[in-house]
Structure formats: C-alpha cells, structure tokens
Design a protein around this ligand. Sequence first.
Ligand SMILES: NC(=O)c1ccc[n+]([C@@H]2O[C@H](COP(=O)([O-])OP(=O)(O)OC[C@H]3O[C@@H](n4cnc5c(N)ncnc54)[C@H](O)[C@@H]3O)[C@@H](O)[C@H]2O)c1
Length: 438
Amino acid sequence: MKVSVFGLGYVGTVSAASFAAAGHEVVGVDVNEDKVRTINEGRSPIVEPGLGELLTDVVGRGQLRATTSTADAVNATDLSLVCVGTPSRRNGSLDLTYLTRVCEQIGEVIRDKSSYHVVVIRSTVLPGTTHGTVIPALETASGTKYGEGFGVSVNPEFLREGTALKDFREPPFTLVGHNHAADAAPTQALYEDIAAPLYNAPIRTAEMIKYTSNTWHAVKVVFANEIGNLCKKVGVDSHDVMDIFCKDQKLNLSSYYMKPGFAFGGSCLPKDVRALQYRAKEVDLVMPLINSVLGSNRMQIDHALDRIVDTGKKKIGLMGFSFKAGTDDLRESPIVILAEKLLGKGYSLSIYDKNVSLAKLVGANKQYIEEQIPHLSQHLCDTLDELIDCSEVIVVGNGSPEFSDALTKTRADQTVIDLVRIPLDFTKVKAQYDGICW
Ligand SMILES: NC(=O)c1ccc[n+]([C@@H]2O[C@H](COP(=O)([O-])OP(=O)(O)OC[C@H]3O[C@@H](n4cnc5c(N)ncnc54)[C@H](O)[C@@H]3O)[C@@H](O)[C@H]2O)c1
C-alpha cells in the first residue's frame, strides 16, 4: 500500500519504518526539517533499539522517504496515518493544536485530490475527538464530506518505548475503530502480516480503549508499588508475593471482576480491604490508591440511588438482594445498603431473592440483616410476578438467571435499572431500560 505518516516522533518513526519493512511504500512527514533530513539519511531521529538499522535498510531500498510537504505526501499515497503529539495542557486537558493543524493541512490537499483518501488517527485522543475535531477540520479544509471525499479510522498504538519495534511486530492486538467498513479495509490491510488478533470497534469505543489500557497500566504500577511498600513495612518480600499473585490467571490477572456494574460487597472484600488499610495506618504508610477503594465503591451505590431517584417514581422493586446470585449471604451486600438508603428516603420497597428467606437465615448473616433492615419481612415478595406487579421501578441487583425471563413481563410504564447487565432480549422487554454505567 501507499502510506503517508504524519509526525515522525516515537510512534510515527517506528510505524513508518515498520510498515516500510513490511513492504509498503511509505512517505514520512514532519514539520521539523532536521527530523526529515535525518530520516532521509537513513538515521533515526529518536533513540530506540534497532530503529537506526531498520531505517538505514528501508530508506536505502527506497521503501521510505521523508518530506516536509503535506501535498507531496497526500498526493503520493492512499492513506495517511496521523501520529502527531497530543500533549497535556497545564490543566490536564488534551492539547489538540497539532492534531487540528495536521488535519487542516491534509484536508487542503484532499480538496484537489480526485481519489478517496483515508485518514487514520494513531495519536491518542479522547472519545469524541475524531467526531468533534478531526472530521470537522478535514471537512472544512477539504470542502468535502466525511464518507464522500475521505474516510477516517482510528488505530491506536500500543507500543512501549524501548521495545517499540518488537511491540509493533507483536502487539497484544490491533484495534481498528471505524464507522464505515470501507474506511476500515485499508487500515486492516496494513496489518495483514502482523500475527495478532485484529479487533474492530466503533470510533468512540476505540478511542476509549486506548485510555482504558493506559490508565489500567498506570493503576497496575501504583497498586504493585503500594503493595510493595506495605510488604516492606511488614517484613515480607513483595516480589515473592507478586510472583505468586500473578500466577492466578483466573481471578487476579484475568477478565474476572472487569465488568462495569455495581459495587462489590460480601463478607470478604470490604472487610479485607479495610483490614489492610488499617495495618498500613499502624505502620505509618499512606496508600492513596488502595485507600480510595472503599470510598469509590460506596459512590457506586450512590450512583445507583441517583438513577432510581431520577426516575421520579416511588415504588421500587429489587430483584436480587444478596451480593451475588446463588448465595444467601447478605453481609455487606451493596443491595442491602441501597435498600436501606431507599427506605430512609421514604420509598416503598419490594424485594425478591429466591435464596433469601428470613426463616432460613442464621448466625452472623441473620444478625446483620436484623440490624440493617429490621422489618425486612414486610418487603419480601414470594414471586417475581408479585414484585413486577407492584413496582414502578425494577432494579436488577444480581445476575440470577430467572431475572432475564421475568423482565419480559414488564410493562411500558415501568423502568428497569440494571446494575449487572443481565442478558436481555430487548424485543420482549416493554419497560424503559437504564444501565448503571452503560
Ligand atoms: N511515545 C509513545 O510511546 C506512544 C505510544 C502510544 C501512543 N502514543 C501517542 O502517539 C502520539 C504521538 O506520540 P509521540 O511520542 O510519537 O510524539 P512526538 O512528540 O515524539 O512526535 C510528534 C511529531 O509530530 C510532529 N508534528 C507536529 N505537527 C505536525 C504537522 N502539522 N505535520 C507533521 N508533523 C507534525 C512533531 O514535529 C513531532 O516530530 C501521541 O498522541 C501519543 O500520546 C505515544
């Protein structure tokens, strides 16, 4: 393919050299004449293992050349990868000056170009940027419409400096965000030789995946360091801990617990996070990330409450009362806390959970619920039908399988607030549907 790469920094130079090495005809573009000259001399403008040799090779074979001329690059290619910087402003917001400028420059050339040109955003941009900034800049400068004279896709970069070439060849996956298949095809074709899964997503989703990844990586580093600091204080080798911790790829390093939804609860997680926080306090250690966990979890309960209050309705039915389906453990169930808050605000409450029967509750579980909701029995329904009948708002509190079917019996005047993303056949659910965080 004929590809132009705008911005010859870390991402742009690695992309340009790697696509050239894969056999594509590449034109690199930068406003910085020194970088352009350096690349045309077959040298690397950045320090990155192996990149100098690769550039010498691909420039020498004529697979890659660099220019300061946008017109030259856009006219000579079918697809432009945008890799300009998107730095932070002083207040933390994203500075889109370079991105906007480069789109205007590419757009001005597209104005006089007869063939369809695809612009691929490889820079890291927040959700909405492609629709709010990139496409309008291209449309205004080109005088043509998105989808007519040009296409746009988003292809975030996941390389790490220092291992960039290897990461380019062996990425965890390739992500192509697009809203039209015609725009995705040339971007996907660029990655034919890369042995990694390729995922397609709408543009906004692709933009968000990049931020989700980087924020997650940042959280991992900070979490490991906080655990490390505590380990040192209590005389444990943190690397022994983390080495074995990471061997658990079912719960610890896996997709488990990674589904947005309701707060955590139960008899272990809140208690154990609290105990670890207390131990840290005893040894004078501040753990800002871990210390924020319980507060954030409480806020998720408030988010659910806000969604219910926003409906303006007063008769609330809770489907599921224990902290997860298939248990009767009510201790620190976030649904119990939500129920308490609703009762405190004067809402009428009905509750159904096939595993929760007052007669069967015993021990600490029974004591907990008697303290939290003393008159629970008057709120419990015997059947799901009974709950649906008498509720204006139905809150799905855990993923018990019978709830999916039951919700097909809802009426159009009802609202379902889903805290767990229960599988639903939306053609059969008449109630209005609202997910807590989707
Ligand atoms: N550095 C990384 O490891 C990395 C990894 C993944 C994603 N990203 C993202 O990729 C983007 C680029 O990052 P980077 O580190 O390569 O940036 P960089 O600052 O190293 O390079 C950006 C280049 O763009 C050039 N440029 C600016 N305006 C231009 C224009 N109008 N025309 C042509 N060139 C222009 C600059 O001269 C510079 O050489 C950012 O959004 C960044 O967040 C970076």
